[in-house]
Design a protein around this ligand. Sequence first.
Ligand code: SF4
Length: 488
Amino acid sequence: MRVLVTYPPLHGPGTPTLGQNRQFQWFRRPTYIYPLVPASAATLLKNERFDTLWKDAIAERLSWSDYEHYLNTHRPDLIAVETKTPVVKQHWRVLRRIRYWLPDARLVLMGDHVTALPEESLRNSPVDFVVTGGDYDYSLLGLVRHLRDGAAMPPGIYYREDNTIKNTGPFELTGDLNDLPFIDRELTTWRRYGERLYKRLPFTYIAAGRDCAYGRCTFCSWTALYPKYRVRSPENALAEIEQLVGQYGVREIFDDTGTFPSGKWLREFCGGMISSRLNRRVRISCNFRSDYLLREDPGLMRRAGFRLMKIGLESASQETLDRLCKGTDISRFEESLKRAKAAGLEIHLTIMIGFPWETREDAERTVALGRRLLKEGAADMLQSTVIVPYPGTPLYREALENDWFRVAPDDYDRFDMTTTVLKTPGMSPEDVRGLCAKCYGGFLAPTYVWRRLRDVRSLEDVRFLARGIGPVLGHIGDFAHRPRKRKK
Ligand code: SF4
């Protein structure tokens, strides 16, 4: 049985950020984030001797005709596509096209949006199976085994039978992440993926866990939909890093777990990085929380080879943080960054603009705080996004209950940050996008530029700086350009 795990070409104002990434956006300057769970699915399938194909038409920048040619040449029996809210309607159209080309192929959708609303895709597209739950690597394998051998279908699968939609009950998150094989990097064309904010090349991604021990932020789709937190053992994560360094010469890794594990797990991991001397060969960057920086030992992390922490500031307003259940204290935020910086860690801050309860002054304060932290050297990178309430999150439910939507709640094409989908009293959608763009202006401030130039130590640093210029200008453009015209 030939199985294709794929991202078909999509139409939009840039490159879409699909995959495990939590906030969908079209990037004008291409950024391809490694889709770790689909890559794990492809690896599992290949290891079970299914004829497994991987075709990321987005990362390969394939045209529709190239993609059609690929499908017609390889004629897979099953085609699995990861989708997300802003492109789910496009994917419905894509599946209709694929059904026309390959009428016998079984079509599968997986990902957060279809986990929240599984029946919707079965009603609106020719999809044969919707895989719900965050372990769509294990679930896809179970489904394919069912189709080949007649084994029982795994829980969490929605399908059609006798013109009615049926399902195999709620999904389970019982897979032990330590049992997963290490991702087959060659099969999944790992060299195509990588954001430009990583310094040392070759660079790749791993995930030590799924997905965040905290797991309560109301806008976070992964943790809202798949609430069970699991981690690999530190030894298992270290063994994969050893493989990446030894076999592929990887020199920097981003761990894309929602929040990197902390406490005893982190100490053991750091100890392993130091004792194996991996800390001398590879840098680790990860998502982290500001309150964890207060209770963990950033000095130990630095010694273990950590370089950059992505930290969600989200807002300068404590009221907003509380309403989002962020669980952080704004009065201690700068202290947490100072601890990390004193240890030599770099900080990438993320902020969000456009909450329905937010005043213009609140939003401006958030932007000003982000820019000040950048200017003073408490942060090294700053990223801003428009808040988007994805189906399945508490924020989406709150928006429905409070009539916060300024577009129809199922006008999913608009959930792509090219406009605001929530009402923002006191701010127009252009104001919100303008404030997002203003954040990136912080990178052009003379003090910031001077600091970055002063920190240059090697040719690698020069190349890193040069790589960073494009994305900054691109992000300004992402928010500065007019929203695209909608297709009728
Ligand atoms: S800390 Fe990050 S990953 Fe964890 S729930 Fe909040 S937004 Fe999601």
